[in-house]
Design a protein around this ligand. Structure first.
Ligand code: MN
Length: 280
């Protein structure tokens, strides 16, 4: 059994995507390009509607999964498979784009606070050609654990008796949203070989046994491999813990497409331009 320690702390970068939505990007940046199998992590959040109201009008994806988790605000979603839905606070949308999907993600609110996350998970070559699949998970379907020291919401994986709705997945993902009271500890056994990280929303954490730099808000804390995770809250803290089994294949990125080779990216662009992209 080996204790998990911090590898690197990365402050999220201000970025903009879609039709000009302001966001903080932490994975998919020069400092944390690809944490196999995780390609991107964005936090979109603002109290100012001008930062998000333009949304993400129709755009394509191929070769990835997108996991969107809303904490505040509402998003309306529509895609080329005919799926349509509204995400409310606490809801998760887990989309496996496979061969291709064209979708839009638009705020369904005139103002107020927006806060959410989008995580991109890579798909192995053998699944990148599949038909798209789309899972819509209401907040009350997430696994939920609570005691006098912490709350753990489980989107994927299992914490004690709380199990997430997304299971039997090729990268065996773990995705927890944790609120930990000041001075309290969170311990968890991580499968050997998984890559893992913490995204700290609020508070300050101590991780593992070794001393390290100060953690603060909107920090991505990349973790070394190991299997014993121990986290202590120096003050009341809120964070995401995410882990997955690496795929170990070469990747080629082309914006919303992630494939194994540059030729497959060009093929995706051609398919999109000649209208055969989202045909199965
Ligand atoms: Mn998208």
């Amino acid at each position: 059994m080996s204790q998990i320690e911090i590898k690197k702390i990365v402050k999220a970068l201000n970025a903009s995507d879609g039709a000009g939505v302001k966001l903080k990007r932490s994975i998919g940046t020069p400092e944390a390009d690809y944490i196999d199998p995780f390609l991107m992590l964005d936090e979109f959040g603002s109290e100012n509607k001008d930062d998000y109201v333009a949304g993400f009008p129709p755009h394509p994806h191929r070769g990835i999964e997108t996991v969107t988790y809303m904490l505040h605000g509402q998003f309306e979603h529509e895609d080329s498979t005919g799926s349509k839905g509204r995400m409310e606070p606490g809801d998760v949308q887990w989309m496996k784009t496979g061969r291709g999907i064209i979708h839009s993600e638009m705020p369904a609110m005139a103002g107020g606070k927006l806060l959410g996350f989008q995580l991109w998970i890579n798909m192995p070559a053998e699944l990148k050609k599949n038909k798209p699949e789309y899972f819509y998970i209401k907040g009350n379907q997430l696994g939920f654990y609570k005691d006098s020291e912490k709350i753990v919401k489980v989107i994927a994986g299992k914490y004690k008796d709380a199990e997430g709705p997304q299971n039997k997945h090729n990268v065996e993902p773990i995705y927890f949203h944790i609120v930990l009271d000041e001075g309290k500890e969170f311990e968890f056994d991580v499968p050997e070989g998984h890559n893992s990280f913490i995204y700290l929303l609020k508070g300050e954490l101590e991780i593992g046994e070794k001393s390290h730099d100060k953690t603060s808000n909107s920090s991505l804390i990349l973790l070394k491999r190991g299997n014993k995770l121990k986290i202590k809250a120096k003050k009341k803290s809120e964070f995401l813990f995410i882990a997955g089994k690496p795929i170990g294949e070469p990747i080629a990125r082309g914006g919303p497409f992630v494939m194994n080779t540059k030729a497959e990216i060009l093929e995706a662009i051609q398919d999109y331009n000649n209208g055969t992209f989202a045909k199965y």
